[in-house]
Design a binder for this molecule. Sequence first.
Ligand SMILES: NC(=O)c1ccc[n+]([C@@H]2O[C@H](COP(=O)([O-])OP(=O)(O)OC[C@H]3O[C@@H](n4cnc5c(N)ncnc54)[C@H](O)[C@@H]3O)[C@@H](O)[C@H]2O)c1
Length: 370
Amino acid sequence: MKGTNLINLPMKRSEINCKIMTGSGLLNNPELIFSILNIKSSNVLILTDDNVYNLYGNQLEKSLRRLVKTVTSSVIPSGERSKDINKLSGFIKPFLQKNLSRNTVIISIGGGVVTDIGGFISSILLRGLKSVYIPTTLLAQVDASIGGKTGVDLWNDNNEIMQKNMLGTIHNPSLVLCDIDTLKSLHQNEILNGLGEIVKYHIGWGSPTLSEMKIISKKDLVNNNSNKLISVILKCQKIKSEIVSHDPYEISGLRQKLNFGHTVGHAVEGACNGNYSHGQCVAIGISAAAFISLSKGLIDKKKYLRILNLIKSFNLPIVADSLKIEKVIDNLKKDKKDGKFVLINDIGKLITNQAVPEDLVIKSLENIIR
Ligand SMILES: NC(=O)c1ccc[n+]([C@@H]2O[C@H](COP(=O)([O-])OP(=O)(O)OC[C@H]3O[C@@H](n4cnc5c(N)ncnc54)[C@H](O)[C@@H]3O)[C@@H](O)[C@H]2O)c1
């Protein structure tokens, strides 16, 4: 296994201990899961989606069967629509067999949709099972798999408005196994999706650097630049795990920084009917946060334009097309009752807890919706 790195994510509470391993060839060695966790399990559950099952899930299932007595997979339809509380019991049903016990391990292999749902299931099934994530999208490797936030969405009665991650828990997996080889099969749009979060880390924390980020848009990235890719992923993981370890339950306010671009981003995501990916919505949300920061005099026009140009240079959107502004406002009101935003002073300098008057929020939305 070349270029493998193990990060330990120590939490303030000693009972929370999450190991993150990032490298190449990890999926070929599923025994790693049990040796790193130092456990023996006779029953493993796999949650995955239909795309990932065909690419990697069935392979994992077969190799796990050589290591443990029972392996049961629940294969869910791919996409955000699966993150629906009404569909959850159907996803759990295959897991409800006689071997299910407190020693059962649940492995979620897939993108952020799968790890969010799998994490949620692992936190409620038998009141909590050991959870392992194998994130297979760039977005899930740099962001969604870290920090312990799990959850599903809530839809209104006529299935028009979705409230993202309305129902969820904070339940850390014991292990996150990031195999960069799985990124080889990702569609370019999904690389772009992950880039949305990587751009967030760059703008908010100044890391990874611009030149490191540029390699992500390169073709044959995984084959030609695997060490650089691992290094970019690690930098993002380190920022997130460090913050999360100091504020695991989002109480001190530190963790709020990670929501940079997400306040408006989530509201756009809930109103866009899947026309924009999560990463694209975050980019649009950063553009709105930058506009508010400019209007409040926190940044000057030059810095504002620098942020917008940076987003655009990675082919990410700074505005959203064909969106009903009322829907976005509605989502924002439901999601963000305190009216506080994460704003920016400079690249690498975020400021939390910023009160923004409603008329300025609306102005920022008018600015990002075409
Ligand atoms: N918990 C958190 O802290 C957190 C943070 C950020 C995002 N999220 C959540 O993550 C979700 C988005 O995750 P995502 O962008 O990974 O989307 P996703 O899970 O829907 O995956 C995107 C698509 O890629 C496919 N796919 C996955 N891995 C693949 C691979 N290796 N090769 C080819 N195709 C593959 C999937 O089947 C799917 O069609 C959102 O629901 C968002 O709310 C959670």
